[in-house]
Design a protein around this ligand. Sequence first.
Ligand code: IPM
Ligand code: MG
Length: 359
Amino acid sequence: MTMSKTVLVLPGDGIGPEIVAEAVKVLEALRAMAGLDVRLEFAQVGGAAIDATGSPLPEEVLARAQAADAVLLGAVGGPKWDSLETSRRPERGLLGLRKGLEAFANLRPALLYPQLADASTLKPEVVSGLDVLIVRELTGDVYFGEPRGVRTLPSGERQGYNTMVYRESEIERIARVAFELARGRKRRLCSVDKANVLETTAFWREVVTRVGRDYPDVELSHMYVDNAAMQLVRAPKQFDVIVTGNLFGDILSDQASMLTGSIGMLPSASLDARGKGLYEPIHGSAPDIAGKGVANPLATILSVAMMLRHSFARADLAERIEKAVGRVLDQGLRTADIASSGTRRVGTVEMGDAVIAAL
Ligand code: IPM
Ligand code: MG
């Protein structure tokens, strides 16, 4: 008998609670139908936690996340907390969670469901068959570098500053994750940097190249981030796995999501060295549509599939969820973000119910 796994569920802000509710329904359905042995716990993070406790990530919540076997998160942030200084904002809760869980390896697959080929703003022939995996380093870079802040210069003028830093060990471990993942795919890895301008990323290139000698079976290439942004919309299918730093990965993964039709489709896994993970859709809290019941829950539901695959070694159940999502799209059901002519518009709950029926 395996011990029951604990999942800490953090709905967060905006559409977070709505989309997470559908993903929780999927976990509960698998518990009932497939004997998945999970125990769900709930807590608040981000703006919701600020309102309740004054902190975007109360110590007790981080401790529970560290004790859990996996964490499922919705999204954080919203206009209500926009006037707070950077260090007290909801986003800090998410960053603290990633750091506190040492979840340095962020896997963001951009996979186009064939049914959505015309939901993308790009031509179907450019995106059909798209299957790119972005591996984003998640606990370093300018996101966490010190010093940071806004200071007053002797001249009296104010200056904002952040620090882009990467230790060799940080680059090496994310590179190894990316090479290993490339081995399970088409064995092509593209490392993205700005080595022509930034010393930190020239160093990144040097370390990735050295690590690459241990993976002669994987074809390693390097690309500047500006070119990578261009290539992603020009000919995205040239990529198999992309590995990059925290900031570039943030930007490129939003961009890649549009190739698949909607950011509402993209899940993510953020893993520590032992494969424990934080799972979340890559999109944000979408305050403009919060509470309206129209948000797309599929990215969060697909994040549950990633949880089953990466943290619970249940690839069988992960595939079952992914197939169910495919079937629902086959049925022509679409939330507003992926709607096109000839399809049926559904809300968040109806989409979740349809996935469960298809399971
Ligand atoms: C993401 C988000 C976060 C990030 C924000 C909400 C802090 O954009 O997960 O991509 O910048 O990492
Ligand atoms: Mg982002």
